[in-house]
Ligand binder design. Structure first.
Ligand SMILES: [Zn+2]
Length: 408
């Protein structure tokens, strides 16, 4: 793969491709065509996702209209209640939410939603964007299944500038109206395999879906290109371990594609998968390459040594990333995720500014070559040296990330 090919893939897929949409499927098919060109036959694995068409959203504060977008999957209806700005979600603040429509600084995460629901909150307002940006974009948020556990509460998302306006107004009452059709849709993982000498294998993963406002050039066409580039680097030789490439759909909605894949292939992953190598966002013009190992510390040390050996600057640590490697680690597969983390005022994600402009084709190529080198060494190992045992510190972080326990 060369920089011209990388640039072409980015331009060919320069559009919003959200979970469960025809555009997402179009990118999946595009990736499949690139695999075919390399002589590796891919297939699609579909999985069900909750979908919603929001047909009406309205937020008024003391009768003044505030532009908003209703949360997908939060139900339909209308509610009017006193307003409360909630900068914290500590127990005292939660207790005051009873009967109020609250404005949160944070996202609507599992425990925040469940606590607000139990406290008897009337409705929820979140915001995205930035008070200093010129746009008035409003992202489409959703009440995710693993957040709501089937409970419904009306919620809207607004722009950060409107949030500031609301707090300044401090209205007596606010009113939320949302109408939507909720239905089941389908999203897809693209899977392609290069068999090894052994029937054990390494899973390489990267998500290819975007959020509502983003073309996803950086997050995560770069990672999807990374997987294609690694396939190209490693396809001409038989390796000890097989290489299974999984381009995941619906990551942006809570790792849904990798969760579906890991659930559908649980036994096989436990018995035969020695390692997961995940890529989420590489090749930004600025920022540093990072690796997070959801595995024993030795793999982190190994990555640091390898980077020094081949002359790459890499920051490596143990932990759990907010990305698809987590779904594999949770099934007991040691996992490493790679990403080049740009400073937030150089490249920002989930917004209209995630475009080709923030990227460097040379950096994408350099990053994927380093990840390919690590993968090649693991794939050619007489025995994959990474222990299959996930350390307890990582298991605890997985429990927290996946909302099985509260964070301390
Ligand atoms: Zn991502």
């Amino acid at each position: 793969m060369n920089t011209r090919q990388i640039s072409k893939i980015l331009h060919d897929n320069d559009f919003v491709h959200e979970s469960g949409t025809p555009e997402e499927l179009k990118v999946a098919e595009y990736i499949m065509a690139r695999c075919e060109e390399m002589g590796v036959t891919p297939h699609l694995e579909g999985f069900e996702v909750d979908m919603a068409d929001v047909t009406f959203s309205k937020l008024t504060a003391d009768g003044v209209d505030i532009p908003c977008e209703g949360f997908r999957l939060c139900g339909s209806g209308e509610v009017e209640a006193p307003f409360l700005y909630m900068p914290s979600t500590d127990p005292d603040s939660i207790a005051k939410a009873k009967g109020k429509i609250v404005l949160l600084d944070s996202g609507l995460t599992h425990f925040v939603f469940q606590d607000l629901y139990a406290a008897g909150v009337a409705g929820i307002i979140t915001y995205t964007g930035n008070v200093f940006w010129r746009d008035n974009d409003i992202d489409h948020k959703e009440l995710r299944g693993y957040v709501s556990l089937g409970k419904k509460k009306l919620a809207v998302n607004i722009n950060a500038k409107s949030a500031a306006k609301l707090v300044r107004m401090n209205p007596k009452t606010v009113k939320i109206s949302v109408k939507q059709d909720e239905f089941k849709g389908e999203s897809h993982n693209v899977v392609a395999e290069i068999p090894g000498e052994s029937d054990e294998f390494i899973v390489l993963s990267a998500h290819y879906d975007t959020t509502y406002l983003s073309h996803g050039s950086y997050d995560n066409l770069t990672g999807s290109i990374g997987l294609l580039g690694i396939m190209d680097e490693l396809r001409n030789k038989k390796h000890h371990y097989g290489l299974r490439f999984v381009w995941c759909g619906s990551e942006e909605r809570g790792l849904l594609g990798s969760k579906a894949y890991a659930a559908a292939h649980e036994e096989e992953l436990k018995e035969k998968c020695v390692l997961n190598v995940n890529i989420d966002m590489i090749g930004s013009l600025m920022g540093k390459l990072m690796a997070i190992g959801s595995a024993e510390d030795a793999v982190v040390s190994y990555l640091k040594y390898l980077a020094a050996e081949v002359g790459v600057v890499l920051e490596a640590r143990a932990g759990v990333g907010s990305t698809d490697s987590t779904s594999f680690a949770d099934k007991g597969v040691p996992a490493v995720t790679f990403g080049r983390m740009a400073p937030q005022n150089q490249a920002t994600i989930h917004v209209r500014y995630d475009t080709i402009k923030v990227l460097s084709m040379d950096n994408i190529l350099a990053d994927l070559k380093f990840i390919a080198e690590f993968t090649r060494r693991m794939a050619d190992a007489a025995r994959c040296p990474v222990s299959r045992k996930i350390p307890d510190t990582i298991k605890k972080q997985l429990d927290e990330y996946l909302n099985r326990v509260r964070k301390d």
